[in-house]
Design a protein around this ligand. Structure first.
Ligand SMILES: Nc1ncnc2c1ncn2[C@@H]1O[C@H](COP(=O)(O)OP(=O)(O)OP(=O)(O)O)[C@@H](O)[C@H]1O
Length: 319
C-alpha cells in the first residue's frame, strides 16, 4: 500500500557565517528511508522534534517532492499523481484544517461530498457512522471557527474519511486535546483500524496513542529509521523490565536483597519499594518479598514506553 525506497529530502537553508555573511547549508530532513507498509496496517511513526516525520508525511501525501528515492502510495506517485491520490487517501494534520472556517460543520461535509463526488448514499452512511462514533451531533450546526479543538479534530477526522480513503495519514491527531477527546479520537481510530480496510499511519509525541493503536512502531531520528517493529520488540531490544511496587508495613530493612531483582526505588520513608525484575519471575519475586517482609499492597508495573523511547532517542543523539 505504501512503498518508500531510499527516500530523501534535503532542504537548503541559509545560516549565519560571520557578521554579515550567510552561507548555504543542506539539511537532510529525510535521509534514506526505506519502508513498506501493507494494507490494513496501523503504523506509528515517531521521533524527536525535527526527526523528519512531517517531511516524510508531506512526501507521502504529495505536498513535497522528494530529493531522491522512490515513493508510492496506493500504487501512485504522490506529487505527479496528486489529484488521483487525493481520492484514495485521507489526511489529518493537527495544525491545519480542511474545513471551511465560517461554515457549519455540516456544510463542510456537504461541500466535501461534491468535491470528491461521493455517491449520496455512501456519504450518508459514512457520516452516520462518524456522527455516532465521534459524537458530532451537538455541534454539527456550529461554524467551524467556534468549535473547540477537540470538536474540530473530530470534524477533521470525519472530513478525512467521508470519501472512503484506503490510507489515512494523521499528523499529531491528539495534540492539545483533553483526556476525554483524546480517548474519543483513539477509540474511533482503533475501531477504524480494526476493520482492516484502512491503512493508518500516524505521527505523534503522545506515546499512549501508539500503545493504544499501533502494532508496528517506526522510530526515526535525524531522518533515518532507527527502529521498525512492535513495541514488544523495542522493549526487548532495550532490555525493558517489569517491576514490582510494594507498600510495606515497616520500612525496608537496610541491605535487603530480593534475589533476581534490583532495588530501583525506596520512597515514603522506606514504606514503598520498587524492585525491577532481572532474572526472577514476578511470582518468585513476590513470594520472596512476602516471605521476608510485611507487604500491605502490591502491584506489577509493565515497562514504560516513555522510558524506552527516551533511551532510544538519547542513544541516537550522538552524531
Ligand atoms: N521547509 C523547510 N525548509 C528548511 N528546513 C526544513 C523545512 N521543513 C523542515 N525542515 C527541517 O527538516 C528537519 C525535519 O523537520 P520535520 O518537520 O520533518 O520534523 P518532525 O519530525 O516532523 O519534527 P516535529 O516533531 O518537531 O514536528 C528539521 O531539521 C527541520 O528544521
Amino acid at each position: 500500500m505504501i512503498e518508500m525506497r531510499e527516500l530523501r529530502k534535503d532542504f537548503t537553508v541559509r545560516v549565519k557565517a560571520g557578521r554579515l555573511r550567510r552561507a548555504k547549508r543542506t539539511v537532510s530532513a529525510v535521509d534514506g528511508v526505506s519502508l513498506s507498509i501493507g494494507r490494513g496496517e496501523m503504523v506509528g511513526y515517531i521521533g524527536p522534534n525535527g526527526a523528519g516525520k512531517s517531511t516524510t508525511l508531506k512526501m507521502l501525501t504529495g505536498v513535497l517532492t522528494p530529493s531522491s528515492g522512490h515513493v508510492s502510495v496506493c500504487g501512485l506517485t504522490p506529487v505527479p499523481q496528486r489529484t488521483r491520490l487525493a481520492l484514495r487517501i485521507g489526511v489529518v494534520f493537527g495544525q491545519r484544517s480542511q474545513l471551511w472556517w465560517d461554515l457549519p460543520l455540516r456544510e463542510s461535509f456537504r461541500l466535501l461530498r461534491h468535491i470528491y463526488r461521493v455517491p449520496a448514499a455512501e456519504h450518508a452512511a459514512r457520516l452516520r457512522r462518524c456522527r455516532s462514533l465521534l459524537d458530532l451531533d451537538a455541534f454539527l450546526d456550529t461554524p467551524v471557527r467556534q468549535l473547540s479543538l477537540g470538536q474540530r479534530m473530530r470534524g477533521e477526522l470525519t472530513a478525512a474519511l467521508l470519501h472512503g480513503p484506503e490510507v489515512l495519514f494523521l499528523d499529531e491527531p491528539t495534540i492539545g486535546l483533553d483526556v476525554v477527546s483524546k480517548q474519543a479520537v483513539r477509540s474511533f481510530l482503533a475501531e477504524l483500524g480494526g476493520s482492516g480496510d484502512v491503512t493508518l499511519v500516524l505521527t505523534t509525541h503522545d506515546l499512549a496513542d501508539i500503545e493504544r493503536l499501533c502494532e508496528r512502531l517506526v522510530v526515526i531520528d535525524h531522518g533515518r529509521v532507527v527502529h521498525d517493529g512492535s513495541i514488544e520488540a523495542l522493549h526487548e531490544r532495550y532490555g525493558s523490565r517489569r517491576s514490582i511496587v510494594a507498600d510495606l508495613a515497616e520500612p525496608l530493612p537496610d541491605g535487603f536483597e530480593l534475589p533476581g531483582t534490583k532495588l530501583a526505588g525506596v520512597t515514603a520513608n522506606g514504606h514503598r519499594v520498587t524492585f525491577v525484575l532481572e532474572s526472577s519471575t514476578a511470582g518468585a519475586a513476590v513470594a520472596g518479598l512476602v516471605a521476608a517482609v510485611d507487604v500491605r499492597d502490591l502491584s506489577l508495573l509493565e515497562p514504560d514506553i516513555e522510558d524506552v523511547v527516551a533511551r532510544l532517542y538519547s542513544a541516537t543523539d550522538a552524531p
